[in-house]
Design a protein around this ligand. Sequence first.
Ligand code: AMP
Ligand code: ZN
Length: 117
Amino acid sequence: MSEHADCIFCKILEGSIPSRKAYEDEDVIAFHDIRPAAPIHLLIVPRAHIPMLQDATAEHERLLGKMLLLAPKLAKEQGAGNGFRVVINNGPDGGQEVYHLHVHVLAGPRPWKGMAV
Ligand code: AMP
Ligand code: ZN
């Protein structure tokens, strides 16, 4: 039911593009990144199509908090035993490729593939 027809993450949310889901609830889903940059690489994605962090407003405060609180929980569930990294890319200079806000959660034994995210 998204009006963002060309957004790949909206398509994943709708189910028209498959994903390997790790979590979902009424506000967010989390799935495995298709090109993992670490042994564990999840994307936490809000159901709302918010393009970038700077498009979020006060009404998204609870949602943003939820996404950050999910990061350690999902990292642990996926087997992260020794820490994790959280990344949000924003805009061209921030290295953003998909313009639907998402939180990368990277974990697992190093070495990783550099800072590819
Ligand atoms: P970003 O550069 O922060 O916008 O990251 C976008 C991420 O989405 C990249 O790490 C991609 O590998 C990942 N990605 C793109 N398409 C898919 C997909 N169909 N399923 C899972 N991850 C994807
Ligand atoms: Zn979207």
